[in-house]
Design a protein around this ligand. Structure first.
Ligand code: PEP
Ligand code: MG
Length: 877
């Protein structure tokens, strides 16, 4: 019989895949002898089984849950469902990877109308008992039955208002009884049934709800953003309750062993006296700093610090801990490696190396490569900031500078961002449903919530600037405006947020680029020591190239030459070239373009100082260059001595039904060899001149795009060779050069051995390769991919994360066959996947020589490449 349920004492920290992060760590803490309320974990495999069986929990799993519950009853000396002294439990989710706010928690489960009376008598604290029950009704209704908790909050607000009090803690036992009656009425009104009174039903429904929450839309979005596979499932931990809401010697809190924003060593956290867990994370009451605990309950604080240090020592990483104090007794409810900003992650990793707790390789593995993006985020321009009007200030919850138009719902924020606006999401408080709006926002501002509130935790994870807990704001979410600092800010108005200081500004303040710290370079040096893949950049301008070099690029893997033709003085010339009716006219127009193109190449070569530069010949369909505005058409007609009608006719004749699969790539050079000649001349002359001027030894790499057939490549290559040799002769140069191709058509991947006979290098153009393999337009797939995610057909965007099973197979085939055709062939990738960590890992595994990505993703690729190499070496051990 399979084992579906583990008591805490039966597990350990290595069982994350089965018990989830939370379950595994609770087991580990139990083994360490720490004060943990005991319980059991229903495994992730049980979750998968639940889905396999059409969302049913099998009798075998149920039986094991009841057996574990029996053991827990014995341990606690209390009976589940007993009316005089009931055992109460919490039910919490825990996937392999922590997914903050994605899964839901239910506390105080096991209470009903009868046992709440017994519980009140037994504890001698009626207020506490009714408070626990009303919380349970609210949480169960929200998490299990999906009745919005705001409806319950409204009822609670109404009762507080009627009584003229501000805080929940000002309500007494009788008030809470009233709350319970009204909550149950609401439940019945919303769902048509009475609130469930049988604790076993409550438990089974709660377990199912946690399983279901694995697949709620916000969990699916979070998984997509964090590369978490949909088949992992979540575990469920059932734990005996301890109570932080038993009065003023009770409380609950969240703390980190190091500062999750800055990485600074030292305890950092918040707690609330007389409260239950969700009060702290939900941000409904504004919590106290953890240091206040030392004054309120010094013995608890001392014990807390001892255990916190022990946990960090044990896991050798910064811990994020939840604790509860029940009448002066401290319990730990969970620990995990804390989420942190990229800046903090690097600071902590370097400190841990210096403290001798981890080695360099571990430090490299500790950093989420994608999160490095955060370090490259903007800050405010100092001068612009001085002129800005400060509206107010609140908690600096997630660093970075952000400016944009204000929107009050996640949906509005997302829609306006989709329409191209920079947006700031302003909310009373955020909840997991807001994830897409948060991710679309430049910055997030909340009225409620502390540094560990949902908004703060999620924004830090995303690297989005966030200012939270701004109680001074008077917000009207329905009419979409807020008041702060004497100003009324309406939907669509600009504000700016400084997530590092907590300041909120009126208007659209200019931002400046981020700068990186010494620790960053230290970490990058370690990464460079262990990686095997080279990292190049995709850059078309000297300034992009310069930027990429600063970020560690070792060459240019893709210089898209078409981007050089869009400047105002160049575009008429390329238009003339396209519209030319004779080869002579075309050559004449191209000759005028040579100096520009050569100048661009020279500037790039100079910046790259001898690092390899791959120049990709003209690729897009020609009509992309053609005029559409009347004035441009007239200007072009005048320039060419033809009528505007003739221009229009030619433009129309170039129209294609399917331009992405049309007259583009090397097909342009097959029809108009003079284009390839011009580009070859520009590349060769530029390299020869820069070599002479700067004493460099540049070996130009000429890349022919969109090849699908060896003879096609050979045709273009012959033109390139002939021109290059002519230039060499003219200049008396013996410069070396290389000719290679992109692999971006499935046929080229399949016939890679033949194609390699003509190519000294391959660069995988996985943007087109993905487009051609899926048959999805790379420009339009976004319109229907959402439906694919919702229906669990695809989990992630194949244009962002390489589809390893399909497109990846073509890459692998091309690598093998390419090397068969030419053993010394150089292999790289220059599609967008070159800067995506999971795709970089794949590139390492299939044995590419380099990846190439946009300049700001170069550090991500360097780190991801090192992580791939270290993981592979570790797996071999
Ligand atoms: C590609 O197709 O992956 C590629 C890098 O070329 P482009 O994006 O310019 O088509
Ligand atoms: Mg392409």
């Amino acid at each position: 019989m399979a084992k579906w349920v583990y008591l805490f004492k039966e597990g350990n920290a290595d069982m994350k895949n089965l018990l989830g992060g939370k379950g595994a760590n609770l087991a580990e803490m139990t083994n360490l002898g720490l004060p943990i309320p005991q319980g059991f974990t229903v495994t992730t495999e049980a979750c998968t089984d639940y889905y396999d069986k059409g969302k049913q929990i099998s009798d075998e799993i149920k039986g094991q849950i009841f057996d574990a519950l029996k053991v827990l009853e014995e341990q606690q000396g209390k009976e589940f469902g007993n009316v005089d002294d009931p055992l109460l439990v919490s039910v919490r989710s825990g996937a392999r990877a922590s997914m903050p706010g994605m899964m839901d928690t239910i506390l105080n489960l096991g209470l009903n109308d009868e046992s709440v009376e017994g519980f009140a008598k037994k504890t001698g604290n009626a207020r506490f008992a009714y408070d626990s029950y009303r919380r349970f009704i609210q949480m169960f209704s929200d998490v299990v039955m999906e009745v919005s908790k705001s409806k319950f909050e409204k009822v609670l607000e109404g009762i507080k208002e009627a009584k003229g009090v501000h805080d929940d803690t000002d309500l007494d036992a009788d008030d809470l009884k009233d709350v319970i009656v009204k909550f149950k009425d609401l439940y019945k009104k919303e769902l048509g049934t009475d609130f469930p009174q049988n604790p076993v039903d409550q438990l089974m429904e709660a377990v199912k709800a946690v399983f279901r929450s694995w697949d709620n839309p916000r969990a699916i979005v979070y998984r997509r953003m964090n590369d978490i596979p949909g088949n992992w499932g979540t575990a469920v931990s059932v734990q005996a309750m301890v109570f932080g809401n038993m009065g003023n010697t009770s409380g609950t809190g969240v703390a980190f062993t190091r500062n999750p924003s800055t990485g600074e060593k030292g305890i950092f956290g918040e707690y609330l006296i007389n409260a239950q867990g969700e009060d702290v994370v939900a941000g409904i009451r504004t919590p106290q700093p953890i240091t206040q605990l030392e004054k309120d309950l010094p013995e608890c604080f001392a014990e807390f610090m001892k255990i916190a240090n022990k946990l960090e020592e044990h896991y050798k990483d910064m811990q994020d801990m939840e604790f509860t104090i029940q009448e002066g007794r401290l319990f730990f409810l969970q620990t995990r490696n804390g989420k942190r900003t990229a800046h903090a992650a690097i600071h902590i990793a370097c400190d841990l190396v210096d403290e001798g707790k981890i080695d360099e390789k571990t430090a490299v593995l500790r950093i989420d490569a994608k999160a490095l993006d955060q370090l490259l985020h903007p800050t405010f321009d100092t001068e612009a900031l001085k002129a800005g009007k400060v509206l107010g200030s609140a908690l600096p919850a997630s660093p970075g500078a952000a400016a944009g138009r204000v929107y009050f719902t996640a949906e509005d924020a997302k829609n306006h961002n989709d329409a191209g606006e920079r947006v700031i999401l302003v909310r009373k408080e955020t909840s997991p449903e807001d994830i897409e709006g948060m991710s679309a926002a430049e910055g997030i501002l909340t009225v409620r919530g502390g540094m560990t509130s949902h908004a703060a935790v999620v924004a830090r994870g995303m690297g989005t600037a966030c200012v939270s807990g701004c109680g001074e704001i008077k917000i009207d979410e329905a009419d979409k405006y807020f008041e702060l600092g004497g100003e009324v800010i309406k939907e669509g108005d600009y504000i700016s947020l400084d997530g590092s200081t907590g300041d909120i500004y009126l208007g659209d303040i200019q931002t400046t680029e981020a700068s990186i710290s010494g620790n960053f370079h230290r970490l990058m040096d370690w990464a460079d020591k262990y990686r095997k893949l080279k990292v190049r950049t995709n850059a078309d301008t000297p300034s992009d190239a310069e930027n990429a070099i600063k970020l560690g690029a070792e060459g240019i893997g893709l210089c898209r030459t078409e981007h050089m033709f869009f400047e105002p003085e160049r575009i008429p010339k390329i238009r003339r070239m396209i519209l030319s009716k004779t080869v002579e006219d075309r050559e004449e127009a191209l000759n005028e373009l040579i100096p520009y193109q050569k100048g661009d190449f020279k500037a790039i070569y100079e910046v790259m100082e001898g690092h390899p530069v791959t120049i990709r010949f003209l690729d897009p369909p020609l009509h992309e260059f053609l005029p559409t505005e009347e004035e441009d058409i007239i200007a072009l007609a005048e320039d060419m001595g033809i009528t505007p009608e003739e221009v229009k006719e030619t433009c129309e004749s170039l129209h294609e039904f399917n331009p992405m699969m049309g007259h583009r790539g090397c097909r342009l050079a097959v029809t108009y060899p003079e284009i390839a000649k011009m580009q070859t001349r520009a590349v060769m002359e530029a390299a020869i001149e820069v070599n002479a001027e700067k004493g460099l030894n540049i070996v130009p790499e000429i890349m022919i795009p969109l090849v699908g057939e060896r003879k096609e490549l050979k045709f273009v290559k012959d033109i390139v060779v002939e021109t290059a040799e002519t230039v060499k002769q003219e200049k008396g140069s013996d410069i070396k050069y290389m000719i290679g191709t992109m692999i971006e058509i499935p046929r080229a991947a399949l016939l890679a051995d033949e194609i390699a006979a003509e190519a000294e290098f391959f660069s995988f153009g996985t943007n087109d390769l993905t487009q051609m393999t899926f048959g999805f337009s790379r420009d339009d797939a976004g319109k229907f991919l959402d439906a694919y995610y919702k229906n669990k057909i695809y989990e992630s965007d194949p244009f962002a994360r390489l589809d390893q099973s399909g497109v990846g197979q073509l890459v692998q085939i091309a690598v093998e066959r390419g090397r068969k055709g030419r053993p010394e062939i150089k292999l790289g990738i220059c599609g967008e996947h070159g800067g995506d960590p999971s795709s970089v890992e794949f590139c390492h595994q299939v044995g590419l020589d380099y990846v190439s990505c946009s300049p700001f993703r170069v550090p991500i690729a360097r780190l991801a490449a090192a992580q791939a190499a270290i993981k592979q070496a570790d797996a071999k051990k």
